[in-house]
Structure formats: C-alpha cells, structure tokens
Design a protein around this ligand. Structure first.
Ligand SMILES: O=C(O)CCC(=O)C(=O)O
Length: 259
C-alpha cells in the first residue's frame, strides 16, 4: 500500500466506501470546475454533443433556462476525448488510492460521468448498484472515485451509502425493490457523505448508493471516474449493458485480450 493505511483499506473492505479528504488543491479543483462548465456549454470541440445529457424538464421544453450550464443533468465519456479530464483520471494521488483499493498496479478506466445537480432543478439519483448496469464487466468489483467539485451537502444532494451492501452480490430488481420497501425502518443505516470541494469518496461497484434532488441554491457538481483492474473483461454475450468507448489504460500492464 502506498497512499492508504491498512485501516483505511479495511474500512473500504468492510463498508464498500471510503472518504479521503483534501485530495485535490484549490487550483486543481478550479481547473476541473472551469473545464466542466466549458464542456457543459458545448464549447470543447473534441467532446461530442452525445456526452451532454439535459435534465428532463429542459429537454422536453417544460421549462427554459437562460444559462445552458444549469440545464445539464450529466456529462459522460469525457476523459476519452479531453486531455484535461484525462489528467484528473490519471492524477497520481487518485491512481495511488485506486491501486491500493483494487490491490493491483494494473488499472484501466471503465468510464466517467459528471453529475451537475444544478440548484433547485438537479434531480435525484435513486438507489442502485453500479454493477447492475455494468453487468457485462467481470469481476464485479470496480471502484469509483467521486470528486466533489463543489461542496456537497445533504441539502444540495450529496451521496448516501448503505454500508456493507457490496458484500451481498448483485441484487435483482425484484430483490432491490423488496429491500427498499423496508429501508425506512432503521434496520439499515443510510450514511450521507457531505464532502468539501477537493475531497473524494471511493465506492465499490456493488455498494448501494443514491443522491437526493438539489433543494438548495448552491451547485453540486461531482465527477465520478470508474476504474477496474486491467485484467477485468467484458462478457460479450451480455447485450443489454451500456455501449462504452474502448477502455483506456490508466497504469501498469495492459492485457490486450481483455477488452
Ligand atoms: O453524483 C450523483 O448524484 C450520483 C453518482 C453516482 O451514482 C455514482 O457515481 O455512481
């Protein structure tokens, strides 16, 4: 281990998530924040329009907004096109933490998503396990680094986790529905994760998590980068998983037959 203590790695193993504070400097966050908004305004040529998804109310014309940035729900597949986002993906500290958590020096990127969660109109993200979507990737133990670009609070829709759920395997939608119907009973702790800008939460791809709508007048941008071992592979017989651009090597050895 290079970047984390054994205690931190154990916390991750037990809970399926880990918070590491103050990973990025103010300047690094500022670069990320400015690039995010340029991409959201569609001003970065190499990032295609298809990487920009609007909130439903703006997409269907129910509501209009003067500042286009505030109509965006999420940006995705950024780092495969844009060098500044790629520099974040390959940031020495973040990659060091990821190699500690994945217990390998050989890492590639599955993909990335930047959740914009605009003030008042940014919608919720329901309870889910990431690997339930990425069901073509094996083994199901990817790790996401979620960087707070703005301060994330309970009011503006920070992430929430249910500790230990990564040890339950992938839940069918039926099982998840049943579990959620019991969730208010205090039987299962829900842990909100407020984060200062520049801090990062790491979560396992089977950990149940969600975020509420942004009820505040403050922005809540979070950049989620999804990493996996370079030996992980895509099961091509699974046809209903997201279609992704080619996985990019982040560090260590690559395994060309595992794409
Ligand atoms: O940022 C959010 O609101 C949701 C993030 C998320 O679901 C993820 O990073 O897997």
């Amino acid at each position: 281990m290079r970047f984390l203590t054994a205690e931190q790695v154990n916390q991750f193993k037990l809970n399926g998530f880990l918070i590491v504070e103050d990973v990025l400097s103010k300047d690094e966050i500022e670069v990320l924040a400015q690039r995010t908004d340029l991409i959201a305004e569609n001003k970065v040529n190499q990032v295609p329009d298809t990487s920009i998804q609007l909130e439903k109310i703006f997409n269907n014309g129910e509501q209009t907004v003067t500042d286009q940035i505030l109509s965006v729900r999420k940006l995705y597949n950024l780092a495969v096109y844009d060098q500044i986002m790629w520099e974040h993906v390959t940031h020495t500290k973040i990659v060091g933490i990821i190699t500690d958590l994945l217990v390998t020096d050989d890492v590639k990127m599955y993909g990335d998503q930047l959740f914009m969660k605009a003030p008042k109109t940014g919608t919720a993200q329901g309870w889910h396990q990431d690997s339930a979507s990425w069901r073509d990737i094996f083994p199901m133990d990817l790790v996401t680094a979620w960087t707070a670009i703005d301060h994330a609070t309970e009011e503006n829709g920070c992430l929430n986790f249910i500790p230990g759920t990564h040890r339950w395997g992938m839940m069918s939608s039926h099982r998840l529905k049943h579990f959620l119907s019991d969730l208010g009973s205090n039987q299962w702790p829900i842990v909100p994760i407020p984060l200062q800008a520049g801090s990062i939460s790491f979560h396992h791809s089977l950990t149940l998590h969600m975020s509420h709508a942004n009820q505040s007048s403050h922005r809540r941008r979070g950049y989620a980068v999804h990493y996996m071992r370079a030996t992980s592979w895509r099961d091509e017989s699974v046809t209903d998983a997201p279609k992704m651009p080619p996985f990019k090597q982040v560090c260590g050895r690559s395994f060309p037959n595992r794409v």
